[in-house]
Design a protein around this ligand. Structure first.
Ligand code: URA
Length: 249
């Protein structure tokens, strides 16, 4: 574990907001290795130092929940030898808690990516048995219509023979560009096979040219986040995810 500011550490542990902690430091309520500190921005090493609040040791074990609008061109992985990963986009204060991406978006896919160090929650959200809804928006080469809607509702056979669970397809717009048909669509799937959305469209003879995830279970992508930006989930969002039980068919 890396070093971090003592006020960030205490805020992560739920002791108070950064400004409350600043005040507590001024009031002499915070000590590091037995010595009262004066600076709430002091950098500490949680594994090597003893941090106390009002005389009681604060044991450092914090959860972190981040929502990112994943940009294109980065991998949903914790590390990679060649490519940048979503972890490289995090500030060091957030990296300190070792969050990892919950599931994968392809390198060229953008949109909602949850990052957390809460393995239990990640496991529940990804469990194939839970069938947590994933909502995508896509631009597709080819004219998407009723036949595709019916096929996705019935389940389509992917290139490896797998038959997908029923999925809801909405066509938002059909356009013609340079004589080529394109469709803007929304698709809700309840599973997460490798390249699933792209392969579902391939199964009906069409090609996804842009893909964005909008929601995962009850968690919606914050429209204020530009690609590459992220923010912490608020308590209500964490609670929504924790209490979400998925859609068992
Ligand atoms: N389906 C895909 O094909 N790619 C993604 O990144 C996510 C779902």
């Amino acid at each position: 574990m890396e070093r971090l500011r003592v006020d960030k550490l205490l805020a992560n542990m739920g002791i108070g907001t950064r400004s409350e902690i600043k005040r507590a430091v001024k009031q002499g309520k915070v000590s590091v290795d037995g010595k009262m500190i004066k600076d709430s921005g002091l950098i500490v090493h949680p594994e090597e130092q003893i941090i106390s609040y009002e005389g009681e040791e604060v044991r450092y074990q914090a959860w972190i929940y981040l929502m990112m609008n994943k940009p294109p061109g980065v991998l949903s992985a914790t590390e990679d030898e060649r490519d940048r990963t979503v972890i490289d986009l995090l500030a060091s204060n957030d990296r300190v808690l070792s969050p990892f991406p919950v599931g994968r978006l392809d390198k060229d896919t953008v949109g909602l990516l949850l990052l957390t160090n809460d393995g239990q929650l990640a496991h529940e959200l990804l469990s194939p048995r839970k069938h947590v809804d994933k909502l995508y928006e896509a631009r597709v080469h080819g004219e998407v219509g009723q036949a595709d809607r019916d096929a996705f509702q019935a389940g389509v056979t992917l290139d490896d023979g797998y038959v997908t669970l029923p999925a809801e397809l909405d066509v938002l717009e059909n356009t013609l560009e340079d004589g080529e048909a394109y469709s803007s669509i929304r698709l809700t799937i309840r599973e997460g096979k490798f390249h699933q959305v792209k392969r579902m469209f391939e199964a009906v003879g069409k090609q996804v040219v842009h893909l964005k995830r909008i929601a995962m279970g009850p968690l919606q992508l914050d429209s204020q986040l530009a690609e590459g930006e992220y923010r912490e989930l608020d308590e209500a969002e964490v609670e929504l995810l924790r209490s979400h039980r998925g859609n068992r068919p």
